[in-house]
Design a protein around this ligand. Structure first.
Ligand SMILES: [Fe+2]
Ligand SMILES: [Fe+2]
Length: 198
């Protein structure tokens, strides 16, 4: 990255440091780090992955009302399920804030932030990498995290299918609603991987 970029990154980090808890700030740095590693592994765009990884949770600790304002005024495609699920607001608000605060207009970076919670059909490499990096960053500590990390570094699509299975099963068990884009993404990976086997 060039000098100007380094200056900008310092400004992004300062903003995150001031507006996120220490734990979430560390998580953001870790997601950016693993996103770059995955980009290297799969010939992705390292700079975009770094940026989207760093900023994916930029709005997570913003007042819920402010997050909802961004959701309601966003020109992006936002489903009714998402409008009624507070934990999902920060991804939409995050894409809007990234554009507004930092003047980042790269749609791939913005979409990677916007879809890091719910996924969607036809995800770009950057989008998949950010979705998975959020699940396998160093600070994550759940039962199958090592397995998931290994899978992410061996096959992005297989890892997406596993991650979506986990997310959908978890939502069903909790009686939560599931955004349509998540189901469409699941169907796409399930279909793709079934075809690969045949
Ligand atoms: Fe998030
Ligand atoms: Fe996150």
């Amino acid at each position: 990255m060039n000098v100007l970029c380094k200056k900008k990154i310092k400004a992004y980090k300062d903003y995150l440091n001031e507006n996120l808890s220490k734990k979430r700030y560390t998580h953001s740095l870790n997601v950016a780090k693993v996103a770059v590693e995955l980009a290297k592994e799969f010939d992705g765009d390292e700079d975009k992955c770094y940026l989207a990884g760093l900023l994916h949770d930029v709005s997570k600790e913003l007042d819920v009302e402010k997050q909802l304002d961004y959701v309601n005024t966003s020109q992006r495609d936002v489903s009714e399920v998402e409008k009624n699920a507070q934990p999902l607001y920060h991804a939409i608000a995050g894409a809007e804030q990234t554009k507004e605060l930092f003047e980042i207009n790269d749609e791939d970076v913005l979409n990677a932030i916007r879809y890091h919670t719910v996924a969607r059909e036809n995800m770009s490499k950057t989008e998949k990498i950010i979705y998975l990096s959020d699940l396998v960053s160093e600070d994550r500590d759940y039962k199958d995290v090592k397995k998931m990390r290994k899978l992410a570094f061996s096959d992005l699509d297989k890892a997406m299918l596993e991650a979506l299975k986990f997310s959908i099963t978890d939502s069903v068990e909790k009686g939560n609603t599931i955004p349509q884009s998540t189901l469409l993404a699941y169907n796409q990976y399930a279909f793709m991987l079934k075809q690969r086997k045949e």
